[in-house]
Design a protein around this ligand. Structure first.
Ligand code: FE2
Ligand code: FE2
Length: 233
């Protein structure tokens, strides 16, 4: 989804009814065995290292990892396009994923830059837990996403559906726990302006990032369903 349309959708999800309808669309979705095991392991390990409840430090770790699948899909898509450019249908499919991967990667990059600033500001930025451990997770996640997308794109999208569902739940929970407090915290992060996102308070920032994650979740589900449809047609 192009940047402008994504930002429009993010803004529209601040409306309660629109949000309820959009979140209901992807709330229930069955994923395969392999993505379920990998997804649940990632969430379990994340909760073990950072606790079940969200925090600035945990969000930084989540966002370091969140960019990874998009990066690996884009890489595999362009790699495969080198071989299958003469198959027009396949080229369209691969280009669709490359576009999705590129735009979502930029969006997740904004998240990780913002959270590295916030984690620093609130003293939740230890080298071991918030830099080294997420790097280890990223290596594992990159390998899983790369291989899944190479051999079964549908399963790769399903794994991302699980990860994005978790991210969305964590942001929703943070807003539920600290919403009132966040309304009084201003945001001054240059990268946000550079990206083109505007938030007057941390509440607006967290709400917009929660909306990003639910868009990623639903878009991953849609891509998985498209793969299933193509396989059966
Ligand atoms: Fe994110
Ligand atoms: Fe995301």
């Amino acid at each position: 989804m192009p940047y402008g349309r994504h930002e429009e959708l993010v803004a529209s999800l601040n409306d309660g009814e629109t949000f309820a309808a959009y979140s209901a669309v992807g709330a229930v979705f069955q994923v395969g065995f392999v993505p379920k095991v990998i997804g649940k392991s990632l969430v379990f390990l994340g909760n073990t290292f950072y606790g079940k409840e969200p925090s600035y430090g945990k969000f930084k770790a989540v966002e370091v990892i969140a960019r990874i699948p998009y990066q690996s899909w884009e890489l595999v898509s362009y790699m495969l396009l080198t071989m299958f450019y003469s198959d027009e249908k396949k080229a369209i499919e691969l280009s669709k994923t490359a576009r999705f991967g590129s735009a979502a990667q930029d969006n997740e990059t904004m998240h990780v830059v913002v959270f590295s600033q916030l984690a620093k500001k609130y003293g939740q930025n230890s080298f071991f837990f918030h830099t080294l451990v997420p790097l280890g997770f990223s290596f594992f996640y990159f390998t899983s996403s790369f291989l899944l997308y190479l051999f079964s794109p549908r399963r790769a999208f399903e794994l991302n559906y699980m990860f994005e569902s978790h991210a969305f739940q964590q942001y929703s929970r943070f807003l539920e726990l600290y919403g009132d407090e966040l309304r009084h915290k201003p945001v001054m992060i240059d990268f946000l302006d550079f990206y083109g996102r505007h938030a007057k308070s941390e509440y607006e920032l967290f709400q917009s990032i929660r909306n990003d994650e639910i868009i990623h979740r639903n878009r991953s589900m849609e891509r998985a369903i498209e793969c299933t449809r193509k396989a059966s047609s």
